[in-house]
Design a protein around this ligand. Structure first.
Ligand code: SF4
Ligand code: SF4
Length: 386
């Protein structure tokens, strides 16, 4: 980082970083053991020592625009070596969690997702909308929902066409809002870091995307290697679940409406490849979510932030209710199956509609920060062009 830094200490920010898992960052004595330990930090202006002093000073604006907080993958190799037990890896995670709020658009959504008090109303929104869908699908006849035996047809209370409208309409809006936040973040990074001589945006983005496929940066971790597998399972489980929903809609509804003589009857069953993909994705989310939850429960000195827990519980619950919906349909227990499927949809729409403001959003922020870092050659083993 070059030039003069103007400090505007934000005391509330210091408190929030401590509250969301930053611990007692005032104990840091700037020994730089953490920066020496970190395998992901560049040689010039290494992190996380400088972020520790910025956090101590309450230099919120500098930290929010700092791509280095996103190069960190929270392996916590540095935390185990810190002589003051400050846990710099967790401080950077707490600062990242704050970034969702800082750049969010509209900003009240960022604040809502960071507050446990707002959770009931956030859940109520998809819950009420889906009850409206159920009312339309049921056309005034609700008796089938309470049957204790017989065929289960989820498309009856929740018609595919309406769900897809909610899915696509909601996602278009959400991606537009997310783009505003990411654009602000990009401009903030550009204003504080010098332009480099690295590759331009698209080649940098492609290179970062190729790293993301195997989550190769996690491989440099020593202390927390299993996190890579938990992340990979959740990542591919969610992508697989989204692909399953899209393929099922195409095969059962769109092909039929296009007049194709070849289409699938709903529901799709095993051993159809679309069903295999759906089951594998649900299992992956469930196992990946549980791996990360159990790791946090076992940690003695780090409990994680509210946003971490919310995301992990939501994604694991999506996997669990999705698998249960399948099992209960096969078992033909309508009354529990419809209730479970309703809960499943509430959780799915919660994850999707609030994605830019939740831990989900961290994937987009990290990709953008890593793209920026690559474009200015700010990576481990490279010198930053100045
Ligand atoms: S966080 Fe710990 S290791 Fe890093 S500079 Fe501070 S005291 Fe040293
Ligand atoms: S948590 Fe890992 S990646 Fe992050 S600063 Fe510490 S050593 Fe580096």
């Amino acid at each position: 980082m070059t030039g003069v830094m103007r400090l505007e200490p934000d005391l509330a920010f210091i408190q929030k970083v401590k509250q969301v898992g930053g611990g007692d960052l005032k104990q840091c004595m700037q020994c730089a053991t953490c920066s020496i330990t970190c395998k992901l930090t560049p040689a010039d202006n290494p992190f996380p020592r400088k972020e520790m002093i910025l956090a101590q000073w309450g230099a919120k604006e500098s930290l929010m625009a700092d791509p280095d907080i996103w190069i960190c993958h929270q392996c916590n190799d540095c935390s185990t070596k810190c002589p003051r037990q400050v846990r710099p890896g967790d401080v950077l995670a707490a600062v990242r969690a704050f970034a969702f709020q800082h750049y969010s658009y509209p900003s009240f959504m960022g604040k809502a997702l960071a507050s446990p008090l707002a959770l009931p109303i956030l859940l109520l929104i998809p819950a009420v909308i889906l009850l409206g869908v159920l009312a339309i699908g049921s056309e005034g006849d609700y008796g089938y929902l309470f049957a204790t035996g017989g065929e289960v047809d989820y498309a009856h209370p929740f018609p595919h066409g309406i769900l897809e409208m909610l899915f696509m309409g909601g996602n278009a809006l959400i991606f537009a809002f997310a783009a505003v936040g990411l654009f602000r973040f990009w401009n903030a990074m550009r204003s504080t870091m010098p332009a480099g001589e690295g590759p331009s945006f698209i080649p940098s983005l492609i290179a970062v995307g190729l790293e993301l496929i195997p989550h190769s940066k996690f491989d440099k971790c020593e202390e927390n290697k299993p996190r890579r597998w938990g992340h990979l399972l959740i990542f591919y489980g969610f992508i697989g679940a989204m692909a399953t929903a899209g393929l099922a809609l195409f095969a059962t509804v769109i092909l039929q409406e296009l007049g194709s003589p070849v289409y699938l009857e709903s529901p799709i069953n095993l051993p159809n490849p679309i069903k295999i993909l759906g089951v594998a994705s649900g299992v992956a989310m469930l196992i990946g979510g549980w791996m990360l939850i159990s790791k946090r429960l076992a940690a003695k000195d780090y409990s994680g932030s509210y946003q971490d827990w919310l995301f992990l519980i939501m994604i694991t619950s999506v996997g669990l209710t999705g698998m249960l919906a399948w099992a209960l349909r096969l078992a033909e227990i309508p009354v529990i199956a419809y209730l479970d499927y309703y809960l499943h949809l509430v959780l799915v729409f919660f994850l999707l509609w609030y994605a830019p403001y939740s831990k989900f959003g961290h994937m987009f922020y990290r990709m953008l920060a890593l793209t920026f870092a690559r474009s200015i050659r700010r990576e481990a083993g490279e010198s930053q062009a100045a």
